[in-house]
Design a binder for this molecule. Structure first.
Ligand code: CAA
Length: 384
């Protein structure tokens, strides 16, 4: 169900993603969740099929697609497993896009093709234990040492951190004046083989359990000066601009989770009988299903319109935040109602909706909480 008219190519991408997700992801999602592990081979397979270089030009082995195609594919993957979707979203929207937008020709040449093929998985390290919503208060320091930079500090909540082969790390290169805030931050291309790189605590999470989220401990991590991304001091603006893309990805992920919860609820309401009839015959259940469907359709329409605006070259900061805010709140609403429709069976792991409910919650938190999205939206409204 989608109001957006899709081109042949967009329909083909959607079909390809749906077939792959149903055959190779959905059957394993519950086990990956239970074991809190994600097979790297699946990430490599996503790369083989093109899902990890969707927006990259063909010269970098990407598919060179538009944003809507990418978001359609992401929704399909998320409907099968939100952990697989966050890997795909972070990889495409953050490190890959940052290299494409701000990297030198040498950096693009070195990293983008293997990232598009899924041989290298990308990650993004902005947050710290004491710098979450207030990202520009980060304290990780980068000090110049000859031809290198030495990075010291702790990075938190790094998605795909156990197997990422390239990580965009934001660190403070100018500590001369604390008030410089966002101005003194630079972005470094970090690889796990560099001396001083340590993967720290792996988080034991409520949802998205298969996706490895880790701390990174940087102990005078020696990064060649050639790995500075773009201009010194611009790292925060690069991260923010990239999060505009990332938030569209998380919105698609949230819609995928919500859609899967609605589909499961529709099937269950048709088969479950109480008081002598299928529960979907009761108006109380019909109203829930109607509200779930209406909310999903409306936010999906906003997301698709925003994708089109992005591809026209328009600034989408405000609309990306609106999409992320509304899609994540829709995912939480829909999965809560899904658990209610399933009743006791919604609360146990025999059915998938308790996983959808746990997975949905993080979409209101990462890549900017709902409160941060409201801040961004309000600021943009004042400006317009
Ligand atoms: N595009 C380009 N530049 C931008 C920008 C954007 N969308 N947003 C801000 N900037 C620039 C500003 O123009 C400004 O530059 P100038 O000073 O030259 O004008 C600079 O960045 C600082 O901007 P602000 O003054 O707005 O910064 P702030 O400190 O007030 O913070 C904020 C604003 C919106 C609250 C921001 O800190 C924020 O988004 N916080 C949430 C952080 C976040 O989303 N973290 C998620 C981490 S990733 C993750 O979740 C893990 C994962 O892997 C999934």
């Amino acid at each position: 169900m989608s109001l957006t008219p899709l081109t042949e190519t967009q329909q083909e991408i959607q079909r390809l993603a749906r077939d792959f997700a149903r055959a190779e992801i959905a059957p394993h999602a519950a086990a990956w969740d239970r074991d809190a592990s994600f097979p790297v081979a699946v990430a490599h397979r996503m790369g083989e099929l093109g899902f990890l270089g969707m927006l990259l030009p063909e010269i970098h082995d990407g598919l060179g697609l538009d944003t809507l195609s990418y978001l359609l594919a992401l929704e399909e993957i998320a409907a099968a497993d939100a952990s697989a979707a966050v890997l795909m979203s972070v990889h495409n929207s953050l490190p890959t896009q940052m290299l494409l937008d701000f990297g030198s020709e040498v950096q693009k040449e070195r990293w983008l093709a293997p990232m598009a093929r899924g041989e290298i998985i990308g990650a993004f390290a902005l947050s710290e234990p004491e710098a979450g919503s207030d990202a520009s208060s980060l304290r990780c320091q980068a000090v110049r040492d000859g031809d290198d930079w030495l990075l010291t500090g702790t990075k938190s909540w790094v998605t795909s951190g156990t197997f990422a082969g390239v990580i965009m790390v934001m660190a403070r290169t100018d500590t001369s004046d604390a008030r410089r805030g966002s101005k003194g931050i630079s972005c470094f291309i970090v690889t796990p083989d560099l001396p001083g790189f340590h993967v720290g605590k792996k988080e034991d999470k409520m949802g998205l359990r298969a996706s490895p989220t880790v701390q990174l401990n940087l102990d005078a991590l020696r990064v060649p000066a050639a790995n500075l991304l773009g201009e010194e001091g611009q790292g925060f603006a690069y991260a923010m601009q990239s999060l505009d893309n990332g938030r569209l990805g998380i919105a698609a992920q949230a819609i995928g989770i919500a859609r899967a919860a609605l589909d499961a609820s529709l099937a269950y309401a048709a088969e479950r009988k109480q008081f002598g009839q299928a529960i979907r015959e009761f108006q109380a259940i019909q109203f829930k299903l109607a509200d779930m469907g209406a909310r999903i359709e409306s936010v999906r329409a906003l997301l698709h319109a925003t994708a089109a605006a992005k591809d026209r070259g328009e600034s989408t900061t405000m609309h990306a935040s609106m999409c992320k805010l509304l899609a994540s709140e829709t995912a939480m609403y829909v999965t809560t109602e899904a658990v209610q429709i399933f009743g006791g069976y919604g609360y146990v792991k025999d059915y998938p909706v308790e996983k959808f409910f746990r997975d949905a919650k993080i979409t209101e938190i990462y890549e900017g909480t709902s409160e941060v999205q409201r801040m961004v939206i309000a600021r943009e409204l004042y400006l317009s």
